[in-house]
Design a protein around this ligand. Structure first.
Ligand SMILES: O=C(O)CCC(=O)C(=O)O
Ligand SMILES: [Fe+2]
Length: 363
């Protein structure tokens, strides 16, 4: 343990005050980066356990362990089979030949980059942690809960069920995000069918059960970090929802845990990353896995951008739990039932790191 990492957790260090000042500046990590700093503020330094694990990165996984890239123009049965296997093994896969133009993906990512690259005066009015705010920007969703902040800023956009909020999107990315939202809805429809078939269920089953009428989109921005070995881009977590649709630029840094290895989700031009969320792991009674993932602090010299879409169940009073079809005397339900309202309330009042909603509902 170096003295520097020890200092982070020193009693003398007025962490609470530094974090508060950072938040009140409304400038985000981008603001820190623009100030030209060469050492990161201490509250970004991750604990020794996390940092020592980063050093193990040289243990690259064997070639045979890689996140599948699935060709959606393949034979239907082959696609279902590959998706089913990827959801069971990693909870992550990428898709190509999905019918969405490369140019559309690039425009979406560029528009989010343009939002974050604006002068601070343009973004500061949107900086907020007000949970009810549909369109807002912040650095670290869990800044006041987490032990160590991560080197990222986020534009948060809750665009459904109230689609009027699409009109409130920042002008600089409005058209692009409206277009992306439309494309993703069609894609999610198709994916839930394939994932449902991959469980041996009818194509419509998962869609009907989850009723994905809500939607949150996030535009993540990871400025280059002067001390990438001391922090994270995005601390390890699982996503809480049913599935996540993610696009990333070509910089890289997203990794998925498999056993005790971290496997890269390598940027593939034109590919879309899909991952299983905690709710889907619960619904499928552990047939599908919600993959633990993280993003390394970016040291490329350029800012990394990703755009994640989280479709959400529309009915908050709806009950969720393992599907009856996926339980049997040999494999009883592993989770209790709960309302989505209760679930989402818990989700937003905890830190991101190591987060999993799974444990709270185990029987
Ligand atoms: O930036 C990435 O590649 C991943 C983002 C992510 O995990 C998230 O927004 O939940
Ligand atoms: Fe995530």
């Amino acid at each position: 343990m170096t003295s520097m990492t020890m200092n982070t957790f020193d009693a003398d260090y007025d962490r609470a005050n530094e974090v508060k000042q950072f938040d009140e500046s409304k400038k985000g990590v981008k603001g820190l980066f623009d100030s030209g700093l060469t050492t990161i503020p201490r509250f970004f330094i991750h604990p020794p356990e996390t940092l020592s694990e980063l050093k193990l990165d040289s243990r690259a996984p064997p070639e045979s362990i890689s996140i599948p890239v699935i060709d959606l123009s393949d034979r239907h049965s082959a696609i279902v089979d590959q998706i089913s296997r990827a959801c069971r093994k990693f909870g992550f896969f990428q898709i190509v030949n999905h019918g969405i133009a490369l140019e559309t993906l690039e425009r979406t990512v560029s528009s989010i980059k343009a939002f974050h690259d604006q002068p601070n005066e343009m973004k500061a009015p949107l900086y907020s942690r007000e949970p009810a705010g549909s369109i807002r920007y912040f650095s670290n969703v869990d800044l006041f809960y987490t032990k160590a902040a991560s080197w990222m800023d986020t534009l948060y956009m809750k665009v459904e069920p109230n689609s009027q909020t699409l009109k409130e999107l920042p002008e600089i990315c409005r058209k692009e995000m409206v277009d992306w939202h439309r494309e993703v809805k069609v894609l999610v429809d198709k994916l839930t069918e394939l994932m449902s078939e991959g469980l041996g269920l009818s194509a419509e089953k998962l869609k009907e059960y989850t009723c994905l009428e809500g939607c949150t989109m996030v535009g993540n921005y990871y400025p280059s970090c002067p001390q990438p070995h001391l922090t994270m881009g995005n601390a390890s977590h699982t996503d809480g929802g049913v599935l996540t649709v993610l696009i990333q630029d070509q910089i890289g840094g997203l990794q998925v845990q498999y056993g005790d290895l971290w496997v890269d989700v390598k940027p593939v031009p034109g590919a879309i990353v899909i991952n299983v969320g905690d709710l889907l792991q619960i619904i499928t009674n552990d047939e599908y896995k919600s993959g633990l993932h993280r993003v390394l602090a970016n040291s490329s010299g350029k800012s990394r951008v990703s755009v994640a879409v989280f479709p959400e169940p529309g009915k908050k009073d709806g009950l969720f739990g393992p599907l009856l079809e996926l339980t049997s005397p040999n494999k009883p339900a592993l989770y209790k039932h709960f309302t989505y309202f209760e679930y989402i309330g818990k989700f937003f009042s905890s830190k991101v790191e190591g987060k999993t909603m799974i444990d709270g509902y185990k029987l």
